[in-house]
Design a protein around this ligand. Structure first.
Ligand code: SIN
Length: 487
């Protein structure tokens, strides 16, 4: 199947290292379109040696980049943002071809990812230090912030543009050079972003992209090389723990955006129609494949039936199909294995007493698809309550008291996002403060944007992405003790 995105000059077929496209020599790997499992393209498959070359290039390029003024870096980032928005349709077409999400969502992701380039270009100019009264009359304490050093990243397939943009943007804004190993399923969006960065004026070696399916080999270089000062990862908690252990040998600064198990709590006094709207947004975005997607809906006893009925009606209106079809709301999952895993969780819940009010069966659209599903009579012991579903399935658990909701919500080792719906201001404060999560959506299902600090607690990771706080993850504090001032 021929994709229009193949005609774009943003469509690249190999890694981008030190300002050069590596497309020849060695072996290759395939990118397939999850909508129909057709071949999108065959790419040069980068090796550990390519990753070492990228680290060397970044290390050599960084001094000149950090020596630029923040304003000079900001001007390049502004151009980069503008170019991405000018090429939004092309970037979205590439993203849909490799990842599957509906084109409208892909366009939204390009705008979302680009917003980090814009925001951090602006923030680059606001990296302020401090002066602190000294320990003696003739001394002063000065605090300056410096770029952390070469940054290496591994980014996921669920947001091939935005999860990368929100790492590379603060890194280059701070004055760091950057290397990413993009997800093996979806490297094309990362390569297109690099092309636009170069057109905007990023010097060779500042943004290097490794396209490969040799994740372990390349990951070992990026986490083990002494020249890499900081490592950042978005992906599963399990892989994050392995990468963290690898980073320990060279004591890298790390930030980790790992798995979630978001509770979505609807109290008796909530505006039920608004809660349904919020649940639709937070559950079915990207076919349920985000770390902040609602994983467990907790509905209070009095409104449980009404909420389940209204949610089922809203889900019935969703259409499923290839992302290139403009009428589609839910695209495929990333591959057939993912849809089998979701199906197994649903089947096991049904075997244990859950009821599918809609969906819950095999999709007729194709092997990578799973139908949007709502399950009632779910308990917090079922597998889909304890594990990340990463699919379009909404399990609804009943609870009676505020305390019970808090206990169910917090009964997990991860703590990324949580949501709650209520009109009682006292309850909202009490529950928000009791929730052991990094982010809480209050009467709001869409919480991600470049202005806000995205990140989790417990085994959901460490560090924040976005907002003024996100820049700190790419900076080191240096304290200058100035003495001899009065003699
Ligand atoms: C994620 O799934 O890791 C992030 C989703 C988002 O940025 O909202």
């Amino acid at each position: 199947m021929q994709h229009n995105s193949l005609n774009s000059d943003l469509f690249k077929l190999g890694s981008y290292i030190n300002g050069e496209w590596i497309t020849k020599g060695g072996d290759t790997f395939n990118i397939t379109n999850p909508a129909d499992e057709s071949l999108v393209c065959t790419l040069h498959n980068a090796t550990a040696q390519d990753a070492e070359a990228a680290v060397a290039a970044a290390y050599a390029a960084m001094p000149a980049w950090r020596a630029k003024t923040a304003k000079q870096r900001a001007q390049i980032m502004r151009r980069w943002f503008e170019l991405c928005m000018q090429h939004q349709d092309e970037l979205a077409a590439i993203l849909t071809a490799e990842q599957g999400k509906p084109l409208a969502e892909a366009k939204g992701e390009i705008a979302y990812g680009s917003s980090y380039l814009e925001w951090y270009g602006e923030e680059a100019k606001r990296v302020y230090g401090d002066t602190i009264p000294g320990a003696s009359r003739d001394s002063r304490i000065i605090v300056v912030k410096e770029p952390v050093g070469v940054v290496a990243a591994i980014t996921p397939w669920n947001f091939p543009n935005a999860m990368l943009a929100r790492k590379v943007a603060p890194a280059v804004a701070a004055g760091c050079a950057f290397i990413v190993k993009a997800a093996g399923e979806t490297p094309l969006s990362a390569l297109a972003l690099a092309e636009l960065g170069t057109r905007a004026g990023l010097p060779p070696g500042i943004f290097n992209v490794i396209a490969t399916n040799r994740s372990r080999e390349v990951g070992a270089v990026l986490t083990g090389d002494k020249r890499v000062a900081k490592f950042t990862f978005t992906g599963s908690t399990e892989v994050g723990k392995t990468l963290l252990a690898q980073c320990a040998t060279t004591v890298k600064k790390t930030s980790m955006e790992l798995g979630g198990n978001a509770p979505f709590i609807v109290f008796n006094d909530a505006d039920i129609d608004e809660a349904v709207k919020g649940a639709m947004t937070s559950k079915y975005r990207n076919a349920g494949q985000t770390c902040v997607c609602t994983n467990r809906i907790l509905a209070q006893k009095e409104i449980y039936a009404e909420f389940a009925e209204k949610l089922t009606a809203a889900v019935a209106a969703l259409s499923v199909g290839a992302g290139t079809n403009p009428n589609v709301d839910i695209g495929p999952l990333i591959n057939a294995k993912a849809s089998i895993s979701v199906a197994e969780m649903v089947e096991s819940a049904i075997a244990d007493g859950a009821t599918a009010t809609i969906g819950g069966n095999k999709s007729e659209v194709g092997p990578c698809f799973y139908p949007p599903t709502v399950l009632t009579n779910v308990t917090s012991q079922m597998r889909l309550s304890t594990e990340e579903i990463f699919g379009p399935v909404a399990p609804i658990i009943e609870f009676e008291t505020e305390q019970e909701a808090i206990e169910i919500a917090n009964n997990t080792r991860v703590g990324l996002a949580a949501y709650l719906y209520s009109r009682d201001i006292g309850l909202i404060w009490r529950v928000s403060e009791a929730l052991e999560f990094g982010m809480v959506g209050i009467n709001e299902g869409a919480i991600s944007n470049e202005m806000a600090p995205f990140g989790g607690v417990k085994e959901s990771g460490m560090g924040r992405e976005g907002s003024k706080y996100g820049l700190d993850d790419y900076l080191e504090i240096k304290y200058l003790c100035m003495g001899g001032l009065t003699s």
